[in-house]
Write a protein that binds this ligand. Sequence first.
Ligand SMILES: [Zn+2]
Length: 81
Amino acid sequence: MSEKSVCDYCHSELPMSEKRVTVYRKRHGQVYVLENVLARVCQTCGERYFAAEVVQAMEKMITGPAIPTRTMTVPVIAFAG
Ligand SMILES: [Zn+2]
């Protein structure tokens, strides 16, 4: 896991907190929800950073024959305004 200490977005130097987060990825019109993903989260702006191996593992889960834990229906609403 990379030891990133300065946030690229807000340049905060507060130590990042390690958290398990939910990641939404879209691929070929299909939305994948990955739960329990290890991330480092900026305490100031909330930006999430993933280690290279975590990103690779997520890609494998989406492209590979991973068996979903469960399937859910997602409402899609176009912004009208
Ligand atoms: Zn930040």
